[in-house]
Design a protein around this ligand. Structure first.
Ligand code: CA
Length: 228
């Protein structure tokens, strides 16, 4: 299930958003300021953050900067909520790396539509071009994988998983995020399933020691990286 973190200091707006999210079938966590938001992101990685721009203490802008600068949250979709009408603030927010913005006051319907649009955009970017990392080569169109020139046989799920990883290197994904992005949103599969396919993928890559690219990030999930 898609989990959304709501970062908003005004309880009335937070409640309104929470109600809209629940109605739309999303799970959500709440944070009243940026510090709480960072703690929430660390303890339970969300799929998307709704971020009020005007927060007490650390600003929404600083929080975006912070999230974008850390590997684990660099790819996390962020929608900012802004009361300001000034175009420059929105542009600033988007330049910092927010994915979209919603101007207050907004209707629950508008908010949900924006969330769905951003989530759709963040779903697997499946390029058509072959991808290669240090001798590990994947051809999305021909469904072929080669390790140092030797063809590997991968089951369809392992192939999709590897394709996703190679298209999004050096980013950490939780099991829930991998399920959403590789298996597809709305498909009910236990998170343990991800571990099973990761194991199979590693086994398939192990012959040429490419299993080292599929890295476990303790307490968080998995990452594809050629580094350590
Ligand atoms: Ca505020």
């Amino acid at each position: 299930m898609t989990r959304i973190l709501v970062v908003e200091d005004e309880p009335a707006i937070r409640d309104m958003i929470g109600f809209a999210l629940k109605q739309a079938g999303f799970q959500y966590d709440e944070a009243g300021d940026a510090e709480q938001a960072l703690a929430a992101v660390a303890s339970r990685p969300p799929d998307l953050v709704l971020l009020d721009w005007m927060l007490p203490g650390m600003s929404g802008a600083d929080l975006v900067r912070r999230l974008r600068s850390e590997e684990i949250t660099a790819g996390l979709p962020i929608i900012m909520l802004t009361a300001r009408v000034g175009e420059s603030d929105r542009v600033h927010g988007l330049e910092l790396g927010a994915d979209d913005y919603v101007t207050k006051p907004f209707s629950p319907r508008e908010l949900i539509a924006r969330i769905n649009a951003v989530l759709r955009r963040s779903v697997v970017v499946t390029g058509e071009q072959p991808i290669e990392f240090d001798g590990l080569w994947l051809d999305p169109v021909g469904h072929r994988v080669r390790a140092d020139g030797e063809t590997l046989t991968l089951a369809p799920t392992e192939f999709r998983l590897l394709h996703f990883f190679m298209s999004h290197p050096d980013r950490v994904y939780s099991r829930g995020q991998l399920l959403d992005r590789v298996w597809g949103r709305g498909i009910f599969v236990e998170e343990r399933t991800v571990d099973v396919h990761i194991r199979r993928l590693r086994k398939a890559l192990a012959g040429r020691a490419y299993d080292r690219f599929i890295q476990t990030v303790r307490g968080t999930g998995y990452r594809f990286s050629t580094g350590h």
